[in-house]
Write a new protein. Structure first.
Length: 147
């Protein structure tokens, strides 16, 4: 059975657009993969606000810190001390070390999941790496990037 799994970033989106994309795809579980989800820079996407907004539209919200990159690797990439391919390798190694594939059922049990981070597009974002990693353990996962 094919399991549709979405990803979304909140950057460059209004709240209306963000929620609209989730509703159009019938997302039931918003999974926050960010290291820091309380920053004022997050706007409407701060943890407490997202939890509240999600509940209003019938979407469960969870923050899974074990899906976030480590602070050092994220900072190294943002400050251009490492290129994307090094960041990608370090993040995938981290997922392997954390054995997050063992949590796959918990991500899927509440209905169609959507993995959240800040990046507008998935190309250079850990949420894409994450779902592709999970897809290796469940070949029936179909990935949909909401942009």
């Amino acid at each position: 059975m094919v399991v549709e799994t979405c990803t979304i970033g909140f950057a460059k989106k209004t709240l209306k657009k963000f929620i609209g994309l989730l509703q159009e795809e019938n997302v039931k579980h918003l999974i926050d993969t960010r290291l820091n989800n309380t920053s004022q820079l997050a706007g409407f996407a701060k943890k407490e606000d997202l939890d509240y907004i999600s509940q209003l539209v019938g979407i469960k919200y969870n923050h899974f810190l074990n899906l976030a990159p480590e602070a050092e690797m994220l900072e190294d990439f943002k400050k251009k001390r490492i290129p994307w391919d090094e960041y990608e390798k370090r993040y995938l190694d981290l997922l392997y070390k954390r054995k997050i594939e063992n949590d796959l059922d918990s991500f899927l049990q509440d209905g169609k999941p959507c993995f959240l981070c800040s990046e507008d597009k998935p190309h250079h974002c850990h949420r894409r790496l994450l779902v592709e990693y999970l897809q290796q353990y469940n070949g029936d996962i179909q990935i949909i990037h909401l942009v």
